[in-house]
Design a protein around this ligand. Sequence first.
Ligand SMILES: [Zn+2]
Length: 208
Amino acid sequence: MKTSDFRFDPSQVRTGYSHSTIFKEDGFGMNYCSSCGVRVLTQVPEGDHLPRQVCPSCHTIHYSNPKILVGAIPVWERKILLCRRAIAPREGYWTMPSGFMENGETLQMGAARETFEESLARVTIEDLMSVINIAAHNQVHILFRAQMDSPEHGVTLESSEVRFFEEAEIPWADLAFRTVTQALTHFVEDRQRGQRTLHLVDLETTRP
Ligand SMILES: [Zn+2]
């Protein structure tokens, strides 16, 4: 894990593919074109520098790009609301509400929606707290601080238990993902220092 200034390094750009090169489909999720149903090929389109899934019939290029996950640390009277995961992966371990951003919503809308879906808590989204790059996993995790509108919360299909934790009770050994550990560390350390800062982290792992 490190936080560093980013400097563009052209040598890091993957090159050397010829436009006619056909690649194995390893690492690509699509077998058939979602536009016309013909089997797709994996090749570097002209003018591009990475292999893409390309339809030989309708010529649609099916780009695969990173996923954004968005979430919040919900707080009521200094207590932190966490959820015990009811679903794989990491079933039974604790997390803040977080999930994949949906089309048509802002980051703040996504954070509030995920919080309600996973904990039945209604929150006011406050400031941006953590941006966690997991380049090896094609994900960016974005977390906000959030104030609960009331202490109401409850279990959901995604969470077998939802409860408040005092700072000293946070179950550090039973957190679901390294992103959860990171975000809660940012939250707790900032609050102990009486400050709110934005944390930009590169998590060097293939495991979230
Ligand atoms: Zn097609």
